[in-house]
Design a protein around this ligand. Structure first.
Ligand code: HEM
Length: 405
């Protein structure tokens, strides 16, 4: 094993590292751009250049490893929800699945959603105002960061509004399995959520087969029943992935980015410019770079390859540490500083290569719309209380209570 072991400087189960991983990520980067992590049992890429290489190298694939069945196959639904999804497949299956959904999330299509996203945001800002009037503060996760992407992705897929409250708990239970450590009750919750979610979407798809609408689920049902070769499980796995991926990172991206902005010298120094002076598009990229909502993506070598100076053999695993890439001083001047005007900003928060986030145009539009509306209404906010979730891979706040300063 040629690469140095960074497990002791980067303990991803340490609560202090989960609370703020950036010093540990910098320490690991200073040791090697590609290191071994004995705690994870895989290599880790810690620089922008090596993360870039991991995400682009076609000798490295997203190979889903099914969870082991015990007496009965409790993981069955969880396993096929992943194995049959676009995110956990490689070409040619990946190409076929991605083609089916790429159109719906293309920039032009997404731009047509702008008025609806603005309308939903206005309603949520009104709720925030009510909370501030009554309590003097608002939980921005519960009132804005979470409901906006949930409402938007649900509308796109035609998920019934009356059952919206089911989405986040199902998604949260499933994504808990992507963390470095997990408990038996969390595993049982993920298994149950997978079964319930899949069953629900199967029911919804049958309904759409009988009564097609103008939503994306109806389009996927038409693809399943037409010549596009979408199997029944691929249909459900794709819809579940879109519903999950379509809100989880956006919620956390907004919360993390807002907290970074409010703590920055640019914001607190008193010279925070008026609405007309800053550009929401540029601000959103810095929100995603400075405290990325997704921190670790794993790949498995399917043939021999080299990342940095480390040779990988088939079966070897390597993780791209996106938070480390996005704070790499080789690429970003003063990377720990939140600079709302940073441009260019070649962060990797949306990944790269064939799995590059298909929802990036939608996420960017939602984030730009909601942060603009929030700062227009309350140009000076402060954090009253912040409660982080004790996780590393999906980084976000459980609660982020803010108040006008
Ligand atoms: C701030 C919000 C978001 C962030 C930071 C984010 C980040 C990412 C990243 C890093 C990947 C690549 C994973 C890998 O390489 O293994 C990805 C893939 C994906 N994202 Fe997002 N995402 C966001 C929002 C969304 C939204 C709104 C959607 C809704 C459609 C979405 C749907 C997907 C899908 C379907 C994939 C898999 C693409 C593929 O495998 O070809 N994401 N996302």
């Amino acid at each position: 094993m040629g690469a140095p072991d960074v497990a002791s400087v980067l303990d991803l189960t340490d609560p202090a590292v989960m609370a703020d991983p950036y010093a540990a990520l910098a320490a690991a980067r200073a040791i090697a751009p590609v290191a071994w992590h004995s705690g994870l049992g895989m290599y880790v890429a810690t620089s922008q250049a090596t993360c870039n290489a991991v995400l682009r190298d076609r000798a490295l694939g997203r190979i889903f490893q099914p969870r082991q069945p015990d007496t009965e196959d409790v993981w069955e639904t969880f396993n096929w929800l992943h194995a049959d999804s676009i995110l956990d497949s490689e070409p040619p299956k990946h190409t076929r699945l991605r083609r089916l959904i790429a159109g719906a999330f293309g920039r032009g299509h997404v731009q047509r959603l702008a008025p609806r996203i603005a309308e939903l945001t206005d309603g949520l800002i009104a709720n925030c105002a009510r909370a501030i009037d009554e309590l003097g503060e608002v939980d921005i996760i519960a009132e804005l960061a979470e409901p906006l992407p949930v409402l938007v992705i649900a509308e796109l897929l035609g998920f019934p509004e009356s059952d919206l409250h089911l989405l986040r708990p199902w998604s949260q239970a499933i994504v808990r399995m992507y963390e470095v450590s997990r408990t038996p009750p969390e595993e049982a919750a993920a298994q149950a959520a997978s079964r319930e979610f899949a069953e629900y979407v199967e029911g919804l798809a049958s309904d759409r087969a009988a009564h097609p609408g103008d939503d994306l689920l109806s389009d996927l049902v038409a693809a399943r029943d037409g010549s596009d070769r979408l199997s029944p499980r691929e249909l459900v796995a794709t819809a579940v992935l879109l519903l999950n991926a379509g809100h989880e990172a956006s919620v956390n991206g907004f919360g993390n980015g807002l907290a970074s902005l409010l703590a920055s010298t640019a914001y607190t120094s008193g010279s925070w410019p008026s609405q007309t002076d800053w550009d929401a598009t540029t601000l959103v990229e810095e929100m995603l770079r400075h405290d990325s909502p997704l921190q670790l993506f794993e790949r498995t070598a399917t043939m021999p390859t080299t990342i940095g100076e480390v040779a990988l053999e088939p079966g070897d695993k390597i993780a791209a540490l996106l938070g480390a890439a996005n704070r790499d001083p080789e690429v970003f001047a003063e990377p720990d500083i939140f600079d709302p005007t940073r441009d260019p900003n070649p962060h990797l928060a949306f990944g790269l290569g064939i799995h590059f986030c298909v929802g990036a145009p939608l996420a960017r539009l939602e984030l730009a719309t909601s942060i603009s509306a929030l700062l227009r209404r309350w140009p000076h906010l402060q954090v009253v209380r912040a409660e982080r979730r004790p996780t590393f891979v999906l980084r976000g706040y459980e609660r982020l209570i803010v108040a006008p300063a």
